[in-house]
Write a protein that binds this ligand. Structure first.
Ligand code: SF4
Length: 171
């Protein structure tokens, strides 16, 4: 799903659903109207990728949540698992997706990412608590955990990314 680009701006990983691709567990996407995102896309710097689809997930699919301590880091360290509501353990799919995302990031020399918060893969500040009760708590997903371990700066907020990379004058 990665694309080559001739943009003079640094390449930025973006959650594919946030880019508008219908890869969410429910078959939808999470893109919302944004002039800033439109202009960023027009520069060719955005590289959309879905860790879960890359890891082998179907769309639509049952949603997953991280169960156990440590969020995405706990999954990487073996103290937590990713499960579906019926208890099916899908940890390996999520870890595979995270590793493939890291491979993509390395291939493109990516240092910054705009990911979809609350996801068990892409979440960067808040995730669900693993009990499918709608409760959330601070934490990040499996892919975000792995990317952060390898020095990638992950944002959930578009304006924070644009300001953090000082991109506003380029848009
Ligand atoms: S894994 Fe990430 S890119 Fe894929 S649907 Fe979930 S939030 Fe979007």
């Amino acid at each position: 799903m990665g694309t080559e680009t001739t943009s003079p701006l640094p390449r930025i990983l973006i959650s594919a659903c946030r880019f508008g691709q219908p890869v969410r567990y429910d078959g939808g996407h999470t893109r919302t109207a944004s002039d800033v995102l439109d202009r960023l896309e027009a520069t060719g710097c955005l590289i959309p990728f879905c860790p879960e689809v890359a890891g082998g997930a179907q769309t639509p699919r049952p949603s997953g949540e991280i169960l156990g301590p440590g969020g995405g880091d706990g999954v990487l360290d073996g103290t937590a698992r990713v499960v579906e509501a019926d208890g099916t353990d899908v940890t390996s799919l999520y870890v595979t997706g995270a590793r493939l995302t890291l491979d993509l990031v390395r291939r493109h020399g990516i240092t910054h990412a705009l990911l979809q918060d609350r996801s068990p893969s892409c979440g960067s500040s808040i995730i669900y608590d693993g009990h499918f009760s709608g409760n959330r708590h601070p934490g990040h997903g499996v892919t975000t955990a792995l990317l952060r371990r390898h020095g990638v700066t992950v944002f959930a907020d578009l304006d924070a990314l644009v300001d953090g990379l000082d991109l506003r004058n380029h848009l």
